[in-house]
Ligand binder design. Structure first.
Ligand code: MG
Length: 271
């Protein structure tokens, strides 16, 4: 009975909360919208859709096919290397993003705590591919915009999932004041031929940094032949430069300004 009463009271609270939400939506400007809450569907898709898992397998399967072709063709001068991003490319941080949705806390607030826990799991296909590349004698570089101060925890999580070559020389994190990943890619390219790059964000590849929303899309169209050939992209609807571009990379914009820009950026046709 006690359980029943609890359920009823929860339902009443939820119902009245829901009722309030509907009324608020009818009259309120976009600043009534919580941005973290809006990530519910993106995180759900990432965690609960077979499609998301399939796209990771697809990316790593293509990566393996391409690696075989490249190694067979021997069309590289220096020692071949592959460059991979870490977050949402090799490891899955969606439980942290789900926590952001539940608590409505901003991504940055507890991100370092999450990193230090080193509990992220491997994404589908990542480990098998990395082990295969390692078995073929290919150099693996992990280039992430995690901060240099997070290096111990980052190497720890890569070790925990069994990622090969995850040592301080192969895990290249963002230095204080550094913008983008270009300097670190150039450092690898000085001694290796980078034959494949993997990422969930266009900034994991050269030439996409700081572009506007339409600029990013045009650049992707221009370079369409590189995808699945040299550049392997994974899906991340939860966060990324695709979102930053919508706010003109101005993180100081208020939540209501961001909510407004989200709505205004939708391409709408009245049915
Ligand atoms: Mg990433």
């Amino acid at each position: 009975m006690k359980k029943f009463t609890t359920i009823v009271s929860v339902m009443l609270v939820s119902f009245s909360f829901f009722g309030l939400q509907i009324k608020a939506q009818q009259i309120a400007p976009p600043n009534a919208t919580n941005l973290e809450e809006q990530n519910t569907m993106s995180v759900l898709w990432f965690q609960k859709s077979g499609e998301a898992k399939a796209l990771y397998y697809q990316g790593y399967n293509i990566g393996k096919m391409r690696l075989d072709e490249i190694l067979k063709s021997k069309k590289y001068g220096l020692k071949p290397a592959i460059v991979l991003d870490i977050d949402e490319t090799i490891v899955d941080n969606s439980p942290y993003l789900a926590w952001n949705v539940q608590t409505r806390k901003k991504f940055d607030v507890n991100w370092n705590q999450w990193v230090q826990k080193a509990e992220s799991r491997a994404l589908p296909g990542a480990l098998a591919f990395l082990k295969y590349a390692d078995s073929k004698g290919v150099a693996i570089y992990y280039i992430s915009n995690r901060q240099e101060a997070q290096k111990v925890a980052t190497i720890k999580v890569l070790h925990q999932i069994g990622a090969p070559q995850a040592n301080s020389k192969h895990v290249l994190l963002q230095q204080p004041g550094e913008i983008g990943k270009e300097i670190r890619r150039a450092k690898v390219a000085a001694t290796h031929d980078i034959v494949l790059l993997f990422g969930d964000n266009l900034n994991d590849f050269s030439g996409f940094d700081g572009l506007s929303v339409s600029g990013r899309i045009q650049a992707v169209d221009r370079r369409k032949d590189e995808f699945g050939k040299k550049l392997i992209v994974f899906p991340n609807p939860m966060y990324g430069d695709w979102e930053g571009a919508i706010y003109n990379y101005n993180e100081k914009k208020s939540d209501s300004e961001k909510a407004k820009l989200r709505k205004e950026s939708l391409e709408v046709v009245q049915p």
